[in-house]
Design a binder for this molecule. Structure first.
Ligand code: NAP
Length: 271
């Protein structure tokens, strides 16, 4: 029975990963959430092959406890880990690195550290907690660790779109890509495939009843900059579309691809 762990499973792409993976009764899927009480959508899936476990990716103790729970259910194995959880800042994502208000440089430092802590160190802690189970995965050819990254962490994307804002998040995604490559280099001989995959631009937020003018302005500015390099970009895709495409890429990946940073299209086309 192939087993999957998905972090950040309470909502957005994580919830959709659990939804699609658990549609096959052959799979066993563990959705990791920070708080079971606020993971009502995950519970509402009502699937018998889904287990909801609590863990914060910045808290090693909770990750190890979750890995222990997984181990007890699978008999000490895991086939696929999906590092999906991340911090995505909505508040200051329209600022450039030198655009923080004078005298509030501490906010820039806070944002850089918070993004790094959750999006990079959190992924590393999670990977380390589950590696012992992955090393003894039950199905030899599908031992995979997928880290959901972002095209905004790509240097060429940044330069071709002129997307200069959202730097702390973008920098954290670029950094996590190298962490993925480090694991890939270490585990190639043991046949564990590591991938960093960008999901495209995906509408994962609840639609705002009344978006403010500022919200609309920020969104339009982002789309306009993306269109500099992707003139046909039609706007965000749905979580359903993104996850379906990512799972095809994950399925096809072999040890030859290990360490790659690719998109939901399986290449470097980010949108
Ligand atoms: N949506 C996009 O357009 C897009 C584009 C590029 C990349 N991505 C990447 O795709 C992934 C999913 O994005 P999304 O849009 O689905 O995000 P989302 O809707 O904001 O969900 C983020 C998830 O991460 C969890 N999380 C945050 N901090 C955590 C922590 N410290 N420990 C454990 N879980 C934590 C959240 O849990 P709570 O519910 O407890 O807060 C939530 O489940 C992320 O890695 C993101 O960077 C998304």
């Amino acid at each position: 029975m192939p087993s999957y762990v998905v972090t950040g499973a309470s909502r957005g792409l994580g919830l959709e990963f659990v939804n699609q993976l658990s549609q096959s009764p052959d799979n066993i899927v563990f959705g990791l959430v920070r708080n079971k009480k606020t993971a009502d959508k995950l519970g509402a899936l009502g699937r018998r092959n889904v287990y909801i476990l609590e863990a914060d990716v910045t808290d090693v103790k909770t990750l190890k406890a979750a890995a222990q729970q997984v181990s007890e259910i699978t008999g000490g194995t895991l086939d696929v880990l999906i590092n999906n959880a991340a911090f995505i800042d909505d508040e200051r994502n329209a600022l450039t690195l030198d655009g923080y208000p004078e005298g509030r440089e501490y906010l820039l430092e806070q944002d850089l550290l918070k993004n790094f802590n959750i999006n990079v160190i959190g992924v590393i802690h999670t990977t380390n907690a589950f590696l012992p189970l992955l090393r003894s995965g039950s199905v030899n050819d599908i031992k995979k660790v997928v880290t959901i990254s972002s095209g905004v962490g790509d240097v060429l994307f940044t330069l071709s779109t002129g997307y200069s804002v959202g730097a702390p998040y973008s920098i954290s995604k670029a950094a996590v890509n190298l962490a993925v490559a480090k694991y890939a280099a270490e585990y190639k001989d043991q046949g564990i495939v590591f991938l960093a995959i960008s999901p495209g631009l995906v509408s994962t937020k609840e639609p705002l009843d009344q978006p403010t003018e500022e919200d609309l302005r920020k969104f339009e500015a982002m789309v306009a900059s993306f269109r500099k390099a992707y003139p046909d970009f039609a706007g965000p895709i749905t979580p359903e579309e993104s996850v379906r495409a990512i799972l095809v890429v994950v399925d096809k990946a072999t040890i030859e691809n290990t360490g790659a940073f690719i998109s939901h299209k399986g290449n470097q086309e980010w949108l």
